[in-house]
Design a protein around this ligand. Structure first.
Ligand SMILES: [Fe+2]
Ligand SMILES: [Fe+2]
Length: 317
């Protein structure tokens, strides 16, 4: 097999961008000022609250680093795939490398600024970010379960099964974990930091903000590639949308909107639940639009979580 340079696909274009832009080194970022800010600019209760978001990110980056490998195996096993598998694999190498760097960034930040490697969110009782345990499960345990499913599908070699499990994994990993949960996390940081920066009259945690800026650029490529892959699978076999994509979105929405919701951080001026809902709403709508709303049965171009929620309440579930 050779890379066909005549027909460069989206994944190759993103791979090319990653080679040029994804070259930052977490160890080059100056975090000396951050340590002073963390120790002197945050009150103890502010520290406790925001630790949950830091921990969620650290755990999340580690989780996505550990669980990406089976995607390579599945892509490599596809026959007559609706995209060029070698170009996809080239891109995935940058994806994996970047997740490793994100983990590296958080590991160093915990060590040198936050002064701990304690990443069990249960130890941060006053933190609110992960107090919806269903969402945490979605981020860590469920990504592992999909890896197990992928390894099983790889053993059978059944072509439809390979495509469906790949579509399920991509919707979960790139379509929800990266596109909704991570983005909500960035916005939480932005909100918290702008509050504290205002109080202090200086930009808070500049090293962290620099690192997060690079991470967001990297994540943008991962999300775009995931959406593109899902679109290719759906163009080949539109049934994957109602069979695989929609149930996954539904599963996520139940977890996001069900159960006892936490009101959010007490010390800050925003509501966590509202923020997560609006981030998810925007991103799911974009994902549906990208894949093609006409292929969706349950959701469409006018996707709206509030309407979905009303609909499922009216249906009695
Ligand atoms: Fe990442
Ligand atoms: Fe990512």
């Amino acid at each position: 097999m050779a890379v066909d340079f005549e027909t460069k696909e989206k994944s190759y274009e993103l791979f090319d961008k990653a080679k040029r832009r994804g070259t930052w080194d977490p160890l080059d970022i100056d975090i000396s000022e951050d340590k002073v800010h963390w120790e002197e600019g945050f009150s103890e209760s502010q520290q406790e609250e925001v630790m949950g978001t830091f921990v969620g990110f650290y755990e999340g980056e580690e989780s996505v680093t550990r669980t990406l490998v089976p995607y390579f195996t599945i892509v490599d096993q596809l026959e007559d795939a609706p995209f060029d598998t070698i170009q996809m694999e080239l891109f995935l190498t940058t994806h994996l490398y970047e997740e490793a760097k994100h983990t590296d960034f958080f590991a160093r930040y915990f060590e040198e600024v936050l002064g701990t490697q304690e990443t069990h969110v249960e130890d941060y009782e006053d933190s609110r970010y992960w107090q919806n345990p269903d969402l945490k499960e979605f981020l860590v345990d469920d990504l592992e379960d999909i890896g197990v499913k992928m390894r099983e599908a790889a053993r059978t070699g059944d072509q439809q099964e390979l495509r469906y499990v790949l579509g399920e994994g991509v919707m979960h990993y790139m379509g929800i974990v990266e596109a909704q949960l991570a983005k909500a996390g960035y916005e939480i940081f932005e909100n918290v930091f702008s509050d504290i920066s205002e109080d202090l009259g200086t930009e808070i945690l500049p090293g962290f903000q620099e690192g997060i800026g690079y991470i967001r650029q990297d994540e943008g490529r991962h999300i775009t590639n995931g959406r593109w892959l899902m679109k290719q699978l759906a163009e080949e076999d539109p049934a994957i949308v109602p069979e695989v994509y929609e149930p996954k979105i539904e599963e996520y929405l139940e977890r996001l909107t069900g159960g006892d919701q936490d009101p959010g951080y007490q010390s800050y001026d925003f509501d966590m639940q509202t923020l997560q809902l609006s981030v998810s709403n925007d991103n799911l709508r974009q994902t549906i639009e990208y894949i093609g709303p006409e292929k969706f049965e349950q959701f469409g171009a006018d996707f709206d979580i509030a309407a979905y929620h009303r609909g499922s309440a009216a249906a009695g579930d």
